[in-house]
Design a protein around this ligand. Structure first.
Ligand code: FAD
Length: 442
């Protein structure tokens, strides 16, 4: 018989006070569902370092640090259109405005999150300009002490508070990852990470080398090709289909010198600008990971039960660590699972079993040829994952149409990265949908 987690059993008997760290999509989702269970939870406290909800979707022209010296969180660029259609981006219980096209400008997503916040009554529970600095478990499973810095006008002060549970919703697209490439320090041209890219104008007439062909690398190639003198995309994957003909695709970057760069095939380029579209690092400076039985790993942080729960502290949850998913529906499932655990509606194995299970899952992934750093990239696995959370926690699974539209979008994008956004999807029911060419009018 499985040994049950002590913390989890004890918690089911009183109204819990939950801290939500971050008011992006994941934090708003957590707050909405906590508020929806007033019998089990006190209203949440949502700590938000900035002065706005929306996280990633808050566009600012600023890069680096803000006027008060705080790092800019969002990596949003001015002309971004979503790479998923709104039909699969939406939280399952909150559709987008039907009059909008399927692929949205980022400002429509922020407006959507603002209405989600309003409809859910979250606003009064968000503490803006409160940055969480420290999250400590109180000895004997007695909850959590959270310390935060409160940014006033011209001054800051520190505050400490106690909570029964914590949901970490701080995102993972803010701290740039730049691979160690020999000679990079000597490069005398302009060097930036896509985190600090905002618009095309500064690159007009220049030779731009984009490193990495993930969502941002490809998007930037599409945006920059009409204005730059030359756009070169360096990556190690199969050729990206549908890029403008003047975008040159070259192999991986091998080394960098003062003015030139060399690729794996020996070819050389003299770029004016190098933009690293090489992804981000997971970063939890406020968590004493070792004390929690966790550690930084190649893929982020672990071991975690079902990619979200700290086995030795089952009242600490990470919402939204996974990648290559439908983010908002995924957050929805993780939040409902976490709340079911806290309410005692979802049985957990013992800490040792959860750790062993997480390790076994990683080993299986590696045996099947996966690279450790890609462990949280769920792709097709996201559907069984979401289904399992729904089954365990007793909430309705995601509608099959979400999976079908997501996969149709991926296939279209693989076929042609320039045209896949010209499609409009119509959800006709949980299981029924159709796609049409988007003429811009309905
Ligand atoms: P975030 O949106 O990053 O929010 C985290 C919040 O936590 C922020 O408000 C931050 O200020 C706050 N915070 C951080 N640390 C602290 C702290 N210590 N104390 C207090 N507050 C803190 N997804 C899609 O579905 N479709 C797309 O088309 C799409 N395009 C994208 C394009 C780009 C350029 C990027 C970067 C991401 C894109 N995504 C897209 C993924 C997107 O990040 C997720 O959809 C989602 O918005 C992430 O939400 P989050 O709440 O996890 O994190």
């Amino acid at each position: 018989m499985l040994k049950r987690s002590r913390t989890y059993c004890k918690m089911a008997s009183k109204k819990l006070r939950v801290a939500v760290i971050g008011a992006g999509a994941a934090g708003l989702c957590a707050a909405r569902h906590i508020l929806a269970c007033p019998d089990a939870f006190l209203p949440p406290v949502v700590f938000e370092a900035s002065d706005q909800v929306g996280g990633t979707w808050v566009y600012t022209e600023q890069t680096g640090e803000d006027a008060e010296g705080w790092p800019i969180h969002s990596s949003m660029y001015r002309d971004l259109r979503t790479n998923l259609p709104k039909e699969v981006m939406a939280f399952p219980d909150f559709p987008f405005d039907p009059s909008l096209p399927s692929f949205l400008h980022h400002s429509d997503v922020l407006a959507y999150l603002e209405s989600y916040r309003e409809e859910s009554g979250i606003q009064d529970h968000v503490r803006f300009r409160w940055q969480v600095d420290d999250v400590r478990p109180v000895l004997g499973d007695q909850g959590w002490d959270i310390r935060a810095t409160v940014r006033g006008s011209g001054s800051t002060h520190r505050v400490s508070e106690h909570f029964d549970a914590v949901m970490v919703c701080t995102g993972h697209y803010s701290v740039p990852y730049i691979p160690p490439i020999p000679g990079l320090d000597s490069f005398q041209g302009c060097l930036l990470h896509s985190h600090s890219y905002r618009c095309t104008e500064p690159f007009a007439g220049l030779t731009v080398l984009l490193v990495g062909a993930g969502a941002s690398g490809v998007d930037l190639a599409l945006q920059l090709s009409p204005v730059a003198a030359r756009v070169v995309l360096s990556h190690h994957g199969p050729p990206v289909c549908g890029l403008p003909e003047d975008v040159l695709q070259v192999p991986r970057l091998l080394k960098v010198a003062k003015e030139t760069v060399e690729f794996r095939d020996g070819s050389v380029l003299q770029p004016d600008v190098l933009i690293f579209c090489t992804g981000y690092r997971y970063c939890f400076p406020f968590l004493p990971l070792a004390q929690l039985g966790l550690q930084e790993t190649d893929y982020g942080v672990g071991p975690l039960h079902r990619h979200l729960l700290a086995p030795r502290h089952p009242s600490l949850f990470f919402i939204g660590l996974c990648q290559l998913i439908c983010p908002f529906p995924h957050f929805h499932c993780q939040v409902l699972f976490a709340l079911a655990v806290l309410q005692g509606r979802c049985r957990l194995p013992s800490a040792a079993e959860m750790e062993a299970d997480a390790q076994e899952q990683l080993e299986r992934y590696l045996r099947e040829g996966g690279l450790a750093r890609h462990f949280l990239k769920l792709k097709a696995q996201q559907w069984s994952y979401a289904k399992e959370l729904a089954h365990l926690a007793g909430f309705p699974p995601l509608p099959p149409a979400v999976q079908a539209i997501y996969e149709a979008t991926r296939a279209r994008r693989c076929h042609n990265v320039s045209t896949y956004r010209d499609t409009k999807y119509h959800l006709l029911g949980p299981d029924a949908w159709e796609e049409v060419q988007d003429s811009g009018t309905d």
